[in-house]
Design a protein around this ligand. Structure first.
Ligand code: FES
Length: 138
């Protein structure tokens, strides 16, 4: 079963439960060098989708680990996403790169399959994305 996705370009929403722990969240072509906000209303979860300069897709939990601000207005600075409230910057691995001993942001595992980004919504998600041929998501 495919997850219905609202494909408005800057605000994406999924209303169904994930399929086997993975949820299809956006078209690959819509995720680039600006922060795309994706909401999963059934889990009240918001995720920031973006790409590194190398083109790797990243999914960062929108809740900033500093003061729990929801970073829907975050911006990219190099290969980091910057929280607008106190300007903590989080890299693709979630670590804060500009404040010592700051907590890391949560990152979700993301795979690209057939032109779509899929997110692992739990740590128990199977290795294989629905519809893909192997554990790499291809
Ligand atoms: S709430 Fe994000 S840096 Fe303070």
């Amino acid at each position: 079963m495919e997850t219905p996705v609202d494909q408005r370009p800057d605000r994406l929403t999924a209303r169904a439960l994930p399929d086997g722990g993975w949820v299809r969240c956006a078209r690959s072509a819509d995720v680039g060098r600006t922060v795309l906000v994706w909401r999963m209303t059934c889990q009240t979860r918001t995720v920031l989708l973006w790409r590194t300069r190398r083109g790797d897709a990243v999914a960062t939990d929108a809740r900033c680990p500093h003061r729990q601000y929801v970073m829907e207005d975050a911006r990219l600075v190099g290969d980091t996403v910057e929280c607008p409230l106190h300007e903590h910057r989080f890299g693709p691995d979630g670590r804060c790169v500009n404040v010592r001993k700051a907590s890391a942001a949560r990152v979700l595992e993301v795979r690209e399959v057939d032109g779509y980004l899929w997110l692992a919504m739990s740590r128990d998600a199977p290795l294989v994305v629905p519809g893909s041929r192997d554990a790499t998501g291809r």
